[in-house]
Design a protein around this ligand. Structure first.
Ligand code: P53
Length: 500
């Protein structure tokens, strides 16, 4: 059943159609022009059933690797992160956007993009993270990128942090466990706000900020109160950093639109057993509302006390922090959406087995090759639920299908499955708009193929644009539009009316 029929499907006149990438997954050029390292530079490739690893040299000089576990890879005491000779690190090359950005942006413009979401690599601007003066070459690169977008009439939507804290800060300060990170982040944000004041209007402070706690129970965090203590404390420092950046951004340019960014998974109770229904509500609180409430409402929600108590969490929160949170609320609520998950309190039910997807298998859904439950109605549900909660302008800043693509003899790529994925998701957005949601934009994930964050693969392809490179970095890096490229072009040209 269609969510809405074509005759009534309406997107606002200035709806921002586009796509999204992240620096560490696309740029490559990991050690060029003075860039410092991030954890992604010491993270190996993996797959749906073998994890990515963070590599290090231990205190006795021996090489080792630890599971990256959703970007939180912790290494043994006394070890230091290291690039090992016989390992391959897919983020070092990405899809070499650093050297292909002109060609790539021209292709996005050909599709009619109104907005391009990308992130700034913090360690390109501040290689260690604690410097006073920025790296000019880093600033120059993003200026060239934003100017190129402007030339094509494309707005830039910039993520300030996309899982890539400078490695030096991780190693020498303990990363986000340390309150000092707030000042380093705010200095970085202030630097780029001032630098790109007239080039960028739309900003996101922390990509998928809720991942830090939402995925904890999937990585053996259950029963490990220390992981929760650290996770919630790191989040608190990030909330304060985000709030202070929002406040500063508005002082630097009152026209800035600054959003939060939540990993938006729609959770359902697996059955109507009240235990499941209540567990589902609590999953929304812990995974989704906790971060959104702080960043939109400027204070911790009442259920925070329950969450902290459950894991014996005691937070370092100052009065000034509370003031900062209240004064730095976001202008828009943005989120990624890929899937829904079923929450169950029952044992013996069939479980899903994807990376980052959890819970009972939903018999009403089909699953991607990476085990993600494909559910466009879940997107409508999420939009309506969150708009009702916050009444803020919204953007879907990631949505897409990671899939295997086949290049035909003649070089074409027939990715009908990707078109079939997007169509009902766009219909779902239209339905939510019809029901009153103030949705301003849509940036599909990986408008150009890139390295998967979860698995480090390139063959988990997301793009409308194919990049000739494999999981070991072999290939010409040549760009080729897929069938979905021409389809999305039509979608944009018709402002979402023509989805055929
Ligand atoms: P990949 C987990 C669950 C949902 C979204 O993911 C997630 C993650 C973390 O991997 O991340 C976002 O590449 C993230 C992007 C990422 C994209 O979703 O694992 O913001 O960086 O690439 C898709 O298939």
């Amino acid at each position: 059943m269609k969510a809405v029929n074509t005759m009534t499907r309406q997107f606002p006149k200035n709806f921002l159609w586009g796509g999204a990438i992240a620096a560490n997954q696309a740029e490559g050029a990991w050690n060029e022009d003075g860039r410092g390292m991030a954890k992604t530079d010491v993270t190996t490739g993996g797959s749906v059933d073998s994890p990515r690893y963070v590599t290090y040299i231990d205190k006795d000089g021996n090489p080792g690797k630890a599971p990256a576990m959703g970007h939180n890879g912790v290494i043994p005491e006394g070890a230091h992160y290291a690039v090992l000779e016989d390992e391959y690190y897919p983020n070092h090359l990405g899809v070499d956007f650093y050297h292909h950005y002109k060609e790539d942006i021209a292709l996005l413009a050909e599709m009619g993009f109104k907005v391009f979401r990308l992130s700034i690599s913090w360690s390109r601007i501040f290689p260690n993270g604690d410097e006073k003066e920025p790296n000019q070459k880093g600033l120059d690169f993003y200026r060239r990128v934003f100017e190129e977008c402007h030339k094509h009439g494309i707005e830039s939507l910039v993520s300030i942090w996309h899982f890539d804290t400078p490695l030096y800060l991780e190693e020498h300060y303990g990363g986000w466990n340390n309150r000092k990170l707030i000042d380093f982040y705010v200095h970085y944000a202030e630097t780029i706000f001032k630098e790109y004041r007239d080039l960028v209007t739309y900003w996101l402070t922390f990509n998928e900020i809720n991942n830090t706690v939402m995925f904890l129970d999937m990585f053996g965090g259950q029963g490990d109160d220390k992981a929760f203590q650290e996770g919630y404390q790191q989040l608190h420092y990030q909330f304060v950093a985000s709030a202070r950046a929002v406040k500063l951004g508005h002082e630097i340019n009152p026209n800035f639109q600054i959003g939060n960014m939540i990993c938006g998974i729609t959770f359902y109770p697996a059955t109507c057993d009240p235990h499941d229904v209540l567990a589902n509500r609590h999953k929304w609180e812990q995974g989704i509302y906790y971060c959104g409430d702080v960043q939109v409402k400027g204070k911790y929600p009442t259920f925070s006390k329950r969450l902290w108590k459950e894991h014996d969490v005691h937070l370092d929160i100052t009065e000034q922090d509370e003031k900062d949170l209240a004064e730095g609320t976001v202008d828009m609520y943005t989120f990624s959406y890929y899937m829904s998950n079923n929450v169950t309190t029952h044992t013996g039910v069939e479980q899903v087995s994807g990376n980052f997807s959890t819970g009972a298998k939903n018999p009403y859904l089909t699953y991607s090759d990476w085990g993600w439950g494909l559910d466009p109605i879940g997107l409508q549900y999420y939009l309506e639920k969150m708009y009702d909660r916050y009444e803020l302008p919204m953007m879907v800043v990631e949505n897409g299908l990671g899939a295997f693509d086949t290049v035909e003899e003649d070089g074409s790529i027939h990715d009908q499955y990707r078109i079939d994925y997007y169509r009902p998701h766009i219909e779902a957005m239209a339905a939510a708009i019809e029901n009153g949601v103030d949705l301003r934009g849509y940036t599909t994930w990986g408008c150009i193929d890139l390295v998967s964050a979860g698995t480090g693969e390139i063959r988990k392809r997301y793009g409308f644009i194919y990049v000739d490179v494999d999981d070991k970095g072999q290939g010409s890096l040549e760009r080729t539009p897929k069938d979905s490229f021409y389809w999305y072009k039509k979608v944009i040209a018709s402002n979402g009316r023509d989805l055929d």
